[in-house]
Design a protein around this ligand. Structure first.
Ligand code: PAF
Length: 284
């Protein structure tokens, strides 16, 4: 595996990988866990060469968020990616991605404003902007993201279509189902912030979400089921619930009934100061 930091190294390295066929990009912020490695495997199964980017993107963190504390472990991540047979690791510096005077932001209206967007102003602008830059530099035929960040995936798909990043190089955007721990907790780099006691309690999140889904599917009213879910999360040890919403899987508009639209349950809740998010389909 080749590792590059600078853009003038990245471009010839990607050009030479193209001779092997389709190039897949797996954008990450590092602190890799088995969920990320699943994305890499999906990319490898579909493309001739795999590029992974590791960049803790400052523009997607709010002023009071965990940018400084976000786990960074480049040596360990490099070892993990090497073992997966990744072809190229791109780990740029902040100065390389955001040169002095940087002043352009991409904002995807609507999809960025609901759910997490309402609680993390500017977060999805930071994501859309950096992913557009990653796509421009690698020009992948395929890009792979986790469905755990369902809203992020929706924002990126919209941005790529609206800015024609899916043409002429395909940049097909593949969403990969969430990888979960044994108790159902969605894998996340932020899970490592949890104390062992909070980690044990956090397993209530997917369990209570599944119970809420079963209630809605069996005909319980959506509003009262979501209210029960919020209270149950607080009882289970979560200190606050940003949202627990049933929403249209594509538009992310809230649903008040389990309607014809493909619906998903979305939750963001805090435990031990750590904000966890998850989402699940109403029906598989
Ligand atoms: O999901 C992430 O790790 C990040 O939001 C992404 C897509 C790499 C953009 O910084």
């Amino acid at each position: 595996m080749q590792t590059v930091n600078r853009l003038d190294e990245l471009h010839p390295a990607v050009d030479s990988l193209r001779q092997r066929g389709d190039v897949a990009l797996v954008p990450t912020m590092g602190a890799l866990h088995p969920g990320h490695l699943t994305l890499v495997r999906e990319a490898k199964a579909r493309a001739g060469a795999v590029v992974v980017s590791i960049f803790v993107n400052p523009t997607q963190f709010g002023p009071n968020e965990d940018l400084a504390a976000y786990p960074r472990q480049l040596a360990e991540d490099t070892r993990l990616l090497e073992a997966e047979g990744v072809d190229l690791l791109w780990a740029p510096s902040v100065e390389e991605v955001y040169p002095e005077g940087f002043a352009t932001h991409i904002s995807v209206a609507g999809l960025s404003e609901t759910l997490c967007g309402a609680f993390r102003p500017g977060h999805f602008d930071g994501v859309a902007t950096v992913v557009a830059k990653l796509f421009n530099h690698v020009r992948p035929d395929l890009a792979v993201f986790g469905e755990k960040d369902w809203q992020q995936l929706a924002v990126i798909r919209r941005m790529a279509r609206d800015l024609d990043l899916t043409h002429p190089r395909t940049a097909r955007i593949l969403g990969v189902p969430t990888v979960r721990e044994l108790d159902g907790l969605a894998m996340s780099s932020r899970n490592r912030y949890l104390s062992s006691q909070d980690r044990a309690r956090a397993g209530a999140l997917p369990r209570l979400m599944r119970e809420a889904i079963a209630a809605i599917v069996s005909g319980e009213a959506v509003a009262s089921t979501l209210a029960t879910l919020r209270s149950a999360l607080l009882e289970a040890g979560f200190e606050s619930v940003d949202y627990a919403e049933l929403a249209d899987a594509r538009s992310l508009r809230p649903l008040t009934a389990a309607a014809d639209a493909p619906a998903r349950l979305f939750v963001a809740a805090r435990i031990g100061g750590t904000r966890l998010i998850d989402n699940m389909p109403l029906a598989d």
